[in-house]
Design a protein around this ligand. Sequence first.
Ligand code: PMP
Length: 281
Amino acid sequence: PDTAWVNGRFLPLADASVSVLDRGFLFSDSVYEVIPVYAGTPFRMDDHLQRLARSLDALGIADPHGIDGWRALLAELVEVNGGGDLAIYLQVTRGAPSRRDHRIPHDVEPTVVAFCQTRAAPDPEALAAGLAAITTDDTRWRDCHIKSTSLLANVLAADAARAEGATEAILVRDGAVLEGTSSNVFAVIDGRLVTPALRPTILPGITRGVVLGIARAQALDHAEVDTLTPEALRAAEEVWITSSTREIFPVTRLDGASVGDGVPGPLWTRVRGWLQAGLHD
Ligand code: PMP
């Protein structure tokens, strides 16, 4: 996949660029989405586009395309990139005015960038091993329900995980587990599937919604909880993270200790099976 879309035209990804005055670059005044594509078909595209619309609305950026425009644009983007298994990345910034100024300009056109990356299905061996995670203090701002490109706290926390030999950092604020740096969090506690209830400091993940839909459809004992403490997470039978690119991934080590038996749990196996069965819907 080597063709990008920038402000109304397709061009080679290597040649795609935006102005240094772009407010996405200068201020992270910008929002984004990542949409997985399975065999050429975007999964839950409308959910992603609705979340994009909410993010744009929260920042007061006019939606440059509208849902039908996005659908057509992204279909063409997938097509020119050869279809297959991809992840669409799209970003909308406030635009590039003629000077750097904190104050929001109201006379610029948003910048729109979209491109695709290859997306490998989670490797079976990696899934069987599960991943290691750490818990860490959440230093992000308070409006994480907006999918903004202000991701510095996320990338630093993810790097702290890497430094400890882990692959995800689970963010904790005021004694409550919120989400991963690029994922939502689920746990199985006393046989019940739980995830932190949505609040402004949690991104409403599309995969999270899919998993909760499965839990409802399968009548699993489940709950969205106000407070999931890091202690309860460490004592859980199972811990999973969810995201559009990682689907549902088992966490088998947390803060250096095994989660449950240290292998992916039985509920994960079942819910993953249901997710797989529905992925191409
Ligand atoms: N939380 C954060 C902070 C994220 O960056 C992501 C990945 N975009 C998610 C949750 C998972 O969201 P989704 O399932 O929509 O990919």
